[in-house]
Ligand binder design. Structure first.
Ligand code: BDR
Ligand code: CA
Length: 313
């Protein structure tokens, strides 16, 4: 089968890093056309460095990494160093990447790629705030109908919020961009906190990464040892939620996930619930469905997939 063409839009972030590693570990199934970086977990000047460190770790310095928007469309940037550390990838020893960042702006790369590839053959995998995608849709509305699908980590319904009581981080950072995306008529698959909070980095799972015995396994375990401490303290669980790799896992094994095709709207004005994903899970409105909202995951199968694939790097 021809590998599926994807663009990974990301703000690494330890969990973003694992998602990128998983994608690069699957050249048989996924053709990573580019990695587009956005400000989110840490500022933009750090996210594209982190993305390149991960590509070098995967021994894929040929991967094209682009820098995009350094702030949300119409509000100040909110970052999450308290979760990810100052570098965004705290845990393992980091280095200065040798591979270059591309000269083209990430938003222009997204637009050009969608216009030059056959319509509906490129999937956008979004792992951070939706600023780059919102900016691309604003600048070039014609690309909306050329996107095969957006598979995103973002939002929540039953778990509600992680950055505020009502909102998940990626949507909260740029609700205006999220609104543009959800109103564009693009097929959307969401991996909300309702799924990712079931994908916990249990001690045995971190050990399994270490036991792979390659650099990638060791680096991943070191990142997750640091990453999980925040959520372990917060939720009292044995391990933290590995959010972003759910997006890539869905492309590889959609049967690991289940959910409902429902209407999802973004709260963009309320001070109290800004960035909330108002998900009509119970179908109590007649608003048209616009997103496949996932709720469950086969977490054992997910970690099995991750460990098996990362072992190939
Ligand atoms: C999301 O926010 C970030 O901290 C993670 O990388 C993930 O994309 C979870 O809310
Ligand atoms: Ca992320």
């Amino acid at each position: 089968m021809t590998p599926r063409k994807i663009i990974i839009d990301t703000d690494p972030g330890q969990d973003d890093a694992v998602a990128i590693l998983l994608a690069l570990a699957c050249p048989d199934a996924l053709d990573v056309l580019g990695v587009t970086c956005v400000a989110g977990n840490v500022p933009l000047e750090r996210t594209h460095i982190n993305a390149r460190i991960i590509c070098e770790l995967a021994q894929r310095p040929d991967t094209r990494v682009f820098a995009g928007q350094d702030a949300p469309l119409s509000r100040d940037l909110v970052t999450a160093e308290n979760v990810h550390g100052q570098s965004g990838l705290d845990g393992p020893e980091l280095w200065t990447p040798q591979m270059p960042v591309q000269e083209q702006h990430a938003v222009d790369f997204i637009i050009d790629t969608l216009r030059s590839e056959p319509a509906r053959t490129v999937t956008l995998c979004t792992l951070g705030p939706l600023t780059n995608i919102g900016a691309a849709l604003r600048k070039a509305p014609d690309i909306a109908e050329r996107i095969q699908e957006i598979v995103m980590m973002g939002g929540a319904y039953f778990e509600v919020g992680n950055i505020t009581p009502a909102a998940e981080f990626n949507i909260y950072v740029d609700p205006q961009a999220a609104e543009i995306v959800f109103k564009a008529g693009i097929p959307i698959v969401m991996m909300p906190l309702d799924v990712t909070h079931k994908a916990l980095t249990l001690k045995t799972r971190r050990q399994a990464f270490r036991d792979i015995g390659n650099n990638v396994g060791q680096f991943t375990a070191d990142m997750l040892d640091f990453f999980e401490r925040f959520d372990v303290e917060k939720y009292g669980a044995d391990g933290g939620p590995l959010h972003d790799p759910c997006v890539i896992a869905y492309l590889l094994k959609p049967e690991l996930f289940s959910g409902r095709f429902i209407n999802v709207e973004i709260e963009t004005t309320s001070a109290l619930t800004l960035g909330m994903t108002v998900a009509d899970w119970w179908r109590v409105t007649d608003r048209p469905a616009n997103a496949m909202f996932m709720r469950d995951i086969d977490d054992a199968g997910f970690y099995d997939l991750l460990t098996t694939r990362l072992a190939t790097l």
